[in-house]
Design a binder for this molecule. Structure first.
Ligand code: NDP
Length: 317
């Protein structure tokens, strides 16, 4: 039987509606949570992401501003900008869009962000809060993964969870969140032996690898929940055929888009996994939409935590 498709677009819309309600309630007491996005230089992908973040902030009723220092901005100049944003009370969230130009000391910049305004949850202080189960700001994509599980009524406590990937941005925080919710967690990476065998233990399998369609059906236990964090662009016709064979129903529309655009987005999980999994997130339309929704939720959360107000009622935020 085909897997249940976990609709990230719908879940993200629910969260954005909740955040809009929270922003409205705060507005009654004269508070408008504010997000500052810092985009250095002209990376086209980053420009698209930042536009999405600013647009979404406006839609949910947050204040937002963009800072766009040029490609040649120095570490010192950026540190000054961050210090200024740290000082301004109307700014609750500071997001430095990565990657930064190579000559900038990215670690120094991220460390300079006030942990109370670190809506990306990357500051070592927030990493520590997460690993010691204290209230803090949790990275957006991992928090989104947990919202998908929760809102799809997929149990976590006591379940075997396997995470493929150990990055600071996705793999490690996802593993920590699953552990904090009492899953039995295994974290895999490029040196893991017998990866498919380890993955087949999973009741919940999270793929955060960055390799198109690497997770095939032999990685998946029948009935498992598969969360695909990967976002990979494929442009090669043969590669497209490997994902979406022309003779299979439902692939026609995808093929038309691929031919028109010359590319399509796929996850780390091969579509054949849907034949064996119990539930699966699609790409696009799975984890992706949750990332911006959780950024909105984190900005409201930061505004409330900074002022000692009670936290909003989103599960992981
Ligand atoms: P990284 O490149 O930082 O980490 C990838 C991880 O996968 C590493 O831990 C690496 O292992 C592991 N890995 C790579 N190859 C293999 C392999 N053959 N077998 C087992 N493990 C392997 O990527 P990110 O964590 O930043 O991102 C992962 C994916 O998620 C990407 O596709 C990215 O685009 C996507 N992403 C999606 C987001 C969203 O909003 N949906 C947000 C952020 C990322 P090792 O540590 O040993 O090198």
């Amino acid at each position: 039987m085909a897997a249940r498709v976990l609709d990230g677009t719908k879940i993200a819309a629910e969260i954005r509606a909740e955040v809009t309600g929270q922003a409205k309630a705060l507005a009654l007491s004269g508070l408008r949570p504010g997000l500052a996005v810092v985009l250095v230089g002209h990376n086209p992908a980053s420009e698209v992401y930042v536009r999405g973040k600013v647009k979404s902030s406006e839609e949910v009723g947050l204040y937002s501003e963009q800072h766009t220092p040029g490609e040649s901005a120095t570490t010192e100049e950026l540190l000054e900008l961050i210090a200024d944003l740290n000082r301004r009370d109307e700014i609750d969230g500071i997001l430095v869009q990565l990657p930064l130009p190579a000559h900038v000391d990215a670690k120094k910049i991220l460390l300079a962000v006030d942990p109370a305004k670190d809506v990306d949850g990357f500051h070592p202080m927030n990493v520590g809060y997460l690993s010691t189960q204290r209230p803090g700001l949790v990275p957006c994509t991992p928090a989104g993964v947990m919202e998908i599980l929760k809102r799809s009524a997929i149990p976590v406590a006591g379940q075997e969870a396997v995470v493929i990937g150990r990055s600071d941005i996705v793999g490690k925080p996802v593993a920590m969140l699953l552990l904090n919710q009492n899953a039995t967690v295994t974290v895999c990476h490029s040196k893991t032996r017998d990866l498919p065998e380890v993955c087949r233990r999973a009741d919940i399998l999270v793929a955060a690898i960055g390799r198109a369609g690497m997770v095939t059906r032999d990685y998946v236990k029948s009935g498992a929940t598969v969360i695909d964090v990967g976002i990979n662009r494929i442009t090669d016709r043969k590669e497209f055929e490997r994902f979406f064979p022309g003779n299979q129903a439902g692939n026609k529309k995808r093929e038309e888009t691929f031919l028109a655009r010359g590319s399509t987005l796929v996850g780390d999980v091969h579509p054949e996994v849907a034949e064996i999994a119990g539930a699966i997130t699609p790409v696009p339309g799975g984890v992706g939409p949750l990332t911006i929704a959780m950024l909105m939720a984190n900005t409201v959360k930061a505004a409330m935590l900074r002022r000692g107000l009670k936290q909003p009622e989103l599960s992981q935020v």
